[in-house]
Write a protein that binds this ligand. Structure first.
Ligand code: HEM
Length: 193
């Protein structure tokens, strides 16, 4: 198995839990629901931003910085006139993405991988009049093609040489990133209750 195949298999349950919880909040039934989902995306991509910008990671993964979807998430919020979550919200207080080490690669795997599921979400966003030019920009595929852009990242990640301890950190990073998103979902449920 390649590294990506291993991390995909190891995080299958993590992903399923997030998928189920996001769908349960019916984000594409109304723009009000979608705004809740978008705020989570903001918090996630905001946490990811320094990882995409990290010089050492850009050396390892050329072109990494151009992959960040944070600006698109901000544009989506502006389209819908939704305020950015403040950096003092509880979720922001738990913005705990690692700032060094190979755990960051696991977080990047989760964020990049989420652009695959985004193809389905973008289609569903059409139900509430949103598309890749308004409100759902961050769900659009890359100009090179969604699949191709992903496969390029997969190849880059698979080629990295990691020792056993680094590999374990990478794997843990992927679990932690899903756990972070899970935390955002739980917080959203608390606020909505
Ligand atoms: C309702 C919400 C979601 C749905 C329906 C969904 C659906 C999917 C689907 C269908 C794929 C496979 C696409 C393909 O192989 O072509 C996928 C991949 C993936 N998604 Fe999601 N997703 C959702 C949310 C998320 C979120 C919020 C994250 C991250 C926090 C995420 C992370 C990933 C990752 C990492 C992969 C790549 C797995 C791999 O091939 O290695 N997904 N998603």
């Amino acid at each position: 198995m390649t590294r990506i195949e291993r991390v995909k298999a190891a995080t299958r349950d993590d992903h399923q839990q997030i998928d189920d919880m996001v769908m349960a909040m019916k984000p594409f039934d109304s723009r009000v629901n979608y705004a809740r989902f978008l705020k989570m995306q903001y918090c996630f991509h905001r946490v990811m931003k320094p990882l995409y910008a990290a010089p050492d990671l850009n050396d390892l993964i050329p072109g990494l910085s151009s992959r960040s979807r944070f600006d698109d998430v901000c544009a989506d919020l502006a389209d819908l006139d939704v305020a950015r979550p403040k950096d003092t919200t509880p979720s922001a207080a738990h913005m705990a993405a690692p700032q060094k080490g190979p755990g960051r690669l696991g977080w990047l795997y989760v964020c990049e991988g989420s652009s695959l599921g985004a193809a389905f979400l973008l289609k569903a966003a059409g139900n509430i009049g949103l598309d890749d030019t308004f409100g759902a920009r961050h769900l659009r595929g890359h100009a090179d093609g969604r699949g191709r852009h992903w496969r390029e990242f997969v190849a880059q990640l698979n080629e990295l040489e990691l020792d056993e301890a680094e590999e374990a950190e990478f794997m843990q990073g992927a679990h932690d990133a899903f756990a972070f998103f899970h935390g955002l979902l739980l917080e959203d449920q608390r606020l909505a209750a």
